[in-house]
Design a protein around this ligand. Structure first.
Ligand SMILES: N[C@@H](CCC(=O)N[C@@H](CS)C(=O)NCC(=O)O)C(=O)O
Length: 209
């Protein structure tokens, strides 16, 4: 008998949240196990031996890791009626580049946070954190110019993989490292984020406090 899809990880993780929003857009029900690596890796290790989220347990019981690989699986398996990305060509390449910049912003923001959270006070070296925040801001600026004049989505039907990932990344950077937001003007991303956060797919996957 097929298992129910199960998503491991809190929506407070942007990587988990973008998988959850993808599941909503593809109309898939899923169970949710909201584990956080910040509370310790051991409870996650039965799902992913590295202790990292997201993990998706498929209907066949397979455990998939890495948000990009999970989303690729979801689009291939359940995306026949609802394409979240063009199948080929320039628009696909541009969309994947936007996702890549969003992932860069997330990675740099996360490491900057870890510099503060995981190091004792006397082992902190502010220039390292500042350089990471600067890289995150540069990645956001790349996203800002790539999105340019693409209209903000008015409904879940307008959402695409690149726009949802950009909006999830913008929300996370602002929450986890608000200092980054002052480093570059990001009016396009702010408008995209406001539009996306108002949609059912986003509001049903709110980051936990
Ligand atoms: N590239 C990975 C990044 C996942 C990631 O960084 N997850 C964080 C939570 S936001 C995590 O589990 N960190 C704990 C760790 O890696 O040790 C993906 O896209 O899934």
């Amino acid at each position: 008998m097929a298992d129910t899809l199960l998503l491991v990880g809190r929506f407070a993780s942007p990587h988990v949240r973008r998988v959850a929003i993808t599941l909503r857009l593809l109309g898939r029900e899923f169970d949710h196990l909201p584990l956080s690596p910040l509370a310790g890796l051991e409870p996650i290790k039965p799902w992913n031996p590295v202790g990292r989220v997201p993990v998706l347990r498929t209907e066949e019981g397979e455990r998939l890791v890495e948000s990009g690989a999970i989303i690729d699986f979801l689009m291939e398996t359940y995306g026949q009626q609802r394409a979240l990305i063009d199948p080929s060509g320039t628009r696909r390449r541009e969309a994947l580049q936007l996702v890549a910049w969003a992932n860069t912003a997330l990675e740099k923001t996360t490491y900057a946070g870890y510099e503060r959270i995981k190091r004792p006070e006397d082992k902190q070296h502010p220039p390292v954190r500042d350089a990471l925040l600067e890289q995150a801001a540069t990645a956001l600026a790349q996203m800002e110019s790539m999105i340019g004049t693409i209209p903000a989505p008015a409904s879940d039907d307008d959402l695409t993989l690149d726009l949802l990932t950009a909006a999830v990344a913008y929300e996370f950077v602002g929450r986890f490292q608000p200092d980054v937001m002052g480093l570059r003007p990001l009016p396009v991303l702010r408008r995209l984020s406001e539009a996306c956060e108002a949609l059912p797919s986003f509001s049903s996957c709110l980051p936990e406090r």
